[in-house]
Write a protein that binds this ligand. Structure first.
Ligand code: SAH
Ligand code: SF4
Length: 369
């Protein structure tokens, strides 16, 4: 049996070339964009502008099946975590995070991660492999479909952040391709201001940022001194703060006039006055936004989360210095919120074999047991 290419692996340009090469009129692509990508409606009987013959041909060439939601869990704060099964038996996490005016999906770009940050649960697992473009777009489409079916027909994910497992710039081409599919104005049609890529700071790839569609960029900074940053993020040994900021100076900031700096706060390590002073020296105020992330503890982690008072004090000091500074409210604490944690715990008791996981296992699996 030949494995068919998922339709959501094709950029709009690739799909258009395919249609031209195969004498398919323009409306075929328009129908696919409308029903499959925009409405996420897989009922092909509704795609009635496409003749049966053409539909048969498309089904011979492409798969329209979405990746499987192997498990999902709803947190008391409304965050919903999904484990998405891939065809080779691997799985990745995606998290839907509601806020007042949006529903953001945090997606993964790799199975595991090679960077090995010492505070990150995914980092402790090493890299298994890069995700293909369709495994990235597939997370979005599978979760969208699941929400439409199980929550409300009007459910709509409005934003994407590449803040799940993996270092997106390590998987440059596939992530770039997936972003082109997300931004297709006739298809999934996300606005470029609603897609954010977070990176640990891979300088050679940041230097190629202009090749990327014009989306928001977030830098995981976490420390203002090289010794501490290298301790937290081994990548800093190769690409230190000076190299990182030299590269950032040159990136074109079109839509998103500012870069977001994520600053993980760890008790006693990087939450003091000297760190505030360091941030003031390092970050250009007009081009920067700071997002404080209180450390999310998980079993076996060496670090501690600072008190809420400390985090608020830190934010207040940065406000007084004229920075825009937000605090990321940790979501989904009761459903294994630390990135990579759900996958690890799930795999201790269940096996996803690339095709199915026993329904009984899904029903009985409780993440906090
Ligand atoms: N690899 C990319 C994107 C994925 S990680 C990056 O590092 O930017 C997304 C964010 O989650 C990063 O800012 C990372 O530092 C943060 N993160 C990882 N482990 C965490 C933990 N235990 N608690 C809080 N934030 C964490
Ligand atoms: Fe990888 Fe990001 Fe985790 Fe670091 S924080 S190990 S770069 S996923």
């Amino acid at each position: 049996m030949t494995i068919k290419r998922p339709i959501y692996d094709l950029t709009p340009l690739e799909l258009s070339s395919f249609c031209k090469e195969n004498d398919l009129p323009d409306f075929v692509q328009a129908e696919l964009d409308k029903w499959f990508f925009l409405k996420k409606d897989l009922d092909q009987s509704k795609w009635d502008k496409i003749s049966k013959e053409r539909m048969k041909f498309l089904n011979e060439k492409f798969s329209f099946e979405l990746p499987k939601v192997v498990w999902q869990g709803l947190s008391s704060d409304g965050t919903r975590k999904f484990l998405i099964g891939l065809s080779d038996g691997n799985s990745v996490e995606a998290v839907a995070i509601p806020a007042k005016d949006r529903l953001t999906l945090c997606i993964s770009s790799q199975v595991g991660c090679a960077i090995g940050c010492t505070f990150c649960h995914t980092g402790t697992q090493g890299l298994t492999r890069n995700l293909k473009a369709h495994e990235i777009t597939g997370q979005f489409l599978a979760v969208s479909q699941w929400l439409i079916k199980n929550v409300s027909p009007t459910s709509r994910l409005s934003n994407i952040v590449f803040m799940g497992q993996g270092e997106p710039l390590h998987n440059f081409q596939n992530v770039k391709k997936s972003v082109e599919i997300f931004l297709n104005p006739n298809g999934i049609a996300l606005s470029k201001t609603k897609v954010t890529l977070s990176t640990s700071g891979l300088v050679p790839q940041i230097e190629k940022w202009e090749e990327f569609p014009d989306i928001n960029v977030a830098i995981s900074l976490h420390a203002v001194r090289d010794d501490l940053r290298s301790q937290l993020m081994p990548i800093n040994k190769r690409h230190d703060l000076k190299r990182l900021f030299d590269a950032l100076k040159n990136i074109p900031l079109k839509t998103s006039r500012r870069i977001t700096y994520e600053y993980l706060m760890i008790a006693g390590l990087n939450d003091q006055q000297q760190d505030i002073d360091g941030l003031c020296e390092l970050l250009p105020k007009k081009r920067s936004k700071i997002n404080l992330i209180p450390f999310n503890e998980y079993p076996g982690s060496d670090y501690k989360r600072p008190s809420d008072e400390q985090v608020l004090w830190f934010q207040d000091q940065l406000h007084k210095q004229g920075f825009t500074c937000t605090i990321r409210v940790t979501k989904g604490d009761d459903i294994l919120a630390a990135c990579g944690q759900l996958k690890t715990e799930f795999e201790k008791v269940n096996k996803w074999d690339g095709d199915r996981v026993s329904p009984k296992a899904i029903e009985t699996y409780q993440p906090n047991e």
